[in-house]
Design a protein around this ligand. Structure first.
Ligand code: AMP
Ligand code: GLY
Length: 408
């Protein structure tokens, strides 16, 4: 089978790394890919994904990032009869419009933070009075995890409204609890859940500092009990899939529920219409089942709900970020030490080759991913390998997985 993966980040490298291990693959391509992906797939330097899929006659295309999904890549492929894993542009609004997602949750009875969707700064300032502090203020569109401000005073909230500058904003109640990334694959009807994973959104240890796209993730089979997973499926995932179908826009592809596990049960913080980054790096590292079969079935509307198999060893992914991230990022720093890494898989994100020298080219540069017999060992294995890698301005969180250690 010939597969094309769309994207160029750590998530896509992890996906390609996993797919390349499948005996069902005859050829694996990525567009546009990156130097890490080039080790396991043929990279095509194009963003004309349909032309790429047609020229290689791909049996299946899998989309990583949200931007092409929101722009209608799935609609475009299907109009040409090409199989693709991902939601249509209409269904991808679960991610591309926070107001759409909140209103859908309301119609489907899915637990989420109380909210107000507004379309002007004046309306936002009025709505502010309806919320206790801290209050959460979000830009409506795609913002790579950076369009969210948690305001602790009314003054801060007013400044956030000015700063976000978007006409459409969502204000919402602040939720207290632990965050969990719950990702499923769907064909619009059937649902196959991946293991729950945990991301680390802020740039500094101890969940301090500004939000990022994600600084590290782990997956150890203990993040949610079976009881809580069943609760999430019944209260969040199944109602979302059923509601989207009943409204004429079946959700196909990866549905990512960002959950807050509150004292009142799971509540949705956000939906994404794709796999998480860096959750995918930890997930692919730990998945034991072949992943080609479910992806193929999802694209054909015949997804089997038989649970996937996972290795017993927990996996940890630590993101190495470039100077300035998540603010304005410096690029072009030379990366060294990758040849010393032995026990980790290093997924590339913001890297490029400059005259055959590997340099940084984005905010999140590498995702160092390793396993161990326990979560603690997985963490020490990962951090042991992280210390072998260097580039100027490199920074990373030292506490990826810590929350999991407190769990038993
Ligand atoms: P979002 O882009 O909606 O996922 O928000 C980014 C991050 O902001 C989330 O991962 C949470 O850490 C935090 N956040 C967003 N909404 C809330 C909320 N209602 N209560 C508490 N934290 C939130
Ligand atoms: N890791 C968070 C996200 O992919 O949105």
């Amino acid at each position: 089978m010939k597969i094309l993966v769309v994207g160029s980040g750590g998530r896509e490298h992890a996906l390609c790394w996993k797919l390349a291990q499948s005996p069902k693959i005859s050829a694996l391509y990525a567009a546009p890919g990156n130097p890490g992906i080039a080790q396991v797939a043929t990279c095509l330097a194009t963003t004309d994904y349909l032309a790429a899929a047609e020229s290689m006659d791909a049996d299946l295309t899998v989309v990583g990032p949200e931007t092409p999904l929101a722009a209608g890549i799935v609609d475009q492929f299907r109009a040409k009869g090409r199989r693709i894993v991902g939601p249509t542009a209409a269904a991808a609004r679960l991610e591309s419009s926070k107001a759409f997602a909140k209103e859908l949750m309301l119609r489907a009875g899915i637990p989420t933070a109380r909210f107000a969707a507004v379309t002007s700064a004046d309306e936002a300032r009025d709505a502010l009075l309806e919320f206790d502090l801290p209050v959460v203020i979000k830009a409506d569109g795609l913002a790579a995890g950076k369009g969210v401000i948690i305001a602790h005073t009314h003054e801060e909230a007013r400044r956030a409204i000015e700063h976000l500058g978007a006409a459409s904003l969502v204000l919402e109640e602040f939720l207290v609890g632990e965050e969990v990334s719950f990702i499923v694959l769907s064909d619009g009807v059937n649902v196959l859940a991946l293991e729950p994973a945990q991301d680390h959104k802020t740039v500094n240890d101890g969940d301090q500092g500004p939000n990022t796209g994600g600084m590290g993730a782990y997956c150890d089979g203990r993040i949610l009990s079976e009881f809580r997973q069943a609760l999430v499926m019944a209260q969040v995932i199944r109602p979302a899939i059923a509601q989207m179908r009943s409204e004429g826009m079946p959700f196909t592809g990866f549905l990512y529920a960002g959950l807050m596990m509150t004292a009142q049960g799971p509540k949705v913080v956000e939906f994404n219409a794709r796999l998480g980054d860096p959750e995918t790096q930890a997930l692919m590292h730990r998945m034991a089942s072949d992943f080609v079969e479910p992806l193929f079935a999802a694209a054909h509307g015949s997804l089997d709900e038989t649970p996937l198999d996972w290795k017993t060893d927990p996996s940890v992914c630590v993101v190495l970020a470039g100077a300035g991230y998540p603010g304005s990022v410096r690029t072009g720093d030379r990366i060294t030490g990758l040849d010393q890494v032995q026990e980790a898989t290093v997924f590339h994100a913001g890297t490029k080759l400059d005259k055959n020298v590997l340099v940084t080219s984005g905010g999140r540069v590498l995702g160092v991913t390793a396993s161990g017999a326990t979560l603690e060992l997985a963490m020490s294995n990962t951090y042991g390998e992280v210390r072998k890698i260097h580039f100027d301005g490199m920074h990373y969180r030292k506490d990826i997985g810590q929350k999991g250690l407190k769990r038993w």
